[in-house]
Design a protein around this ligand. Sequence first.
Ligand code: RNT
Ligand code: ZN
Length: 421
Amino acid sequence: MKEQQITQAFEYAKARYAELGVDVEQAIEKLEKLSISLHCWQADDVAGCEAPDGALTGGIQTTGNYPGKARTIAEIRADIDKAMSLIPGEHRVNIHAFYADFSETGVVDRDQLEPKHFQSWIDWAKEKGYKLDFNATCFSHEKSADGFTLSHRDPAIRQFWVDHVNACRRISEEMGRQLNSACIHNIWIPDGSKDVTVDRALYRKNLKESLDKIFEMKTNDNYMRDCIESKLFGIGSESYVVGSHEFYMGYGVANNKMITLDSGHFHPTEVISDKISSLLLFAPEIMLHVSRGVRWDSDHVVLLTDELQALAHEIVRANAFDRVHVGLDYFDASINRIGAYVVGTRATQKAFTQALLEPIAKLREYEAKGQNFERMALLEEAKSLPWAAVYNYFCMKKGVIAGEAYIADIQQYEADVTSKR
Ligand code: RNT
Ligand code: ZN
């Protein structure tokens, strides 16, 4: 796409949207502020850096063995840098605790982790202008081998994971302090069982107590925020998951905690877009793990689907940019992994571009007057308004390749770098 083409299309789009009362420049300003949190674990198929050949456990799974996955911290960072260079705007990186850098310090177990084990991540982020988010890693570890962590029957195991989570909360605080942006710390645990469980209440009571203990340690809101993530089922926890949606929604509402909604963690026909306007009335903030479940929580690369569009629209309509944090969570090992980052993140931005350009004033007016045909017709027309011209212009403005030309760029990186691994 030539610069002149992009500009011409943009000028046309601006005029067309103006006819519908939409200010394109204002939409672009908002799009600029949308920082998406890129999950570091797409780069290496959720292997982590403790034992790169260790098994991924916890009921999550990657499928595929496309060549060129990142094998070291340096490769993960290089691949994320490459992906970031093809995504317009300023974004965040979401790190898991098992990506600790022990090269300068010697190895420690997860309950002993300290900020120093992540200093090289912080330095990298500072240098590149990224902000960081963080996650406790309560899977792929011998103390989670029987499928239980914070809800375990054995108090010593529970304590180990309480200590791990709090170590992670301290690390998050330090990341936020050094990078000058609150680091969002997510708690997701795999706890559950494959088959019928009779003592469901016991594990949930244990989990509640563990969380209470964790949150007794106060942290600074300006530097870190806690969020808690539910799930419906996992591989090997098909019959029972301790941290269900009702559990965490109850916990979050009762304790004023941010709730994480992962788009793959609900019944196959249940969507998270419709949860935004309810949850925001009762929980302080929402963290999103945008994913694309296909038949199960399969963590496929995010695409511009109806649900992604609905999600972006709901956030924009609720004017909730400040209270909803957008992160990605998928892991596709069957295709070029940098491509997976770029396609998923750009799809998310496109969904928000559409949403920010919606002729909302007119639509609200129709709805208020009960003009439902008119509302339907305008919503339908809005789908094919020239929003893509605005996104391409946004890419150009940010110095990033517009349109499909990024395919060749990723192919070049594959030829030069990832294929040689
Ligand atoms: C698992 C959760 C969780 C993980 C990451 C790796 O079902 O979605 O968020 O994907 O923490
Ligand atoms: Zn998730």
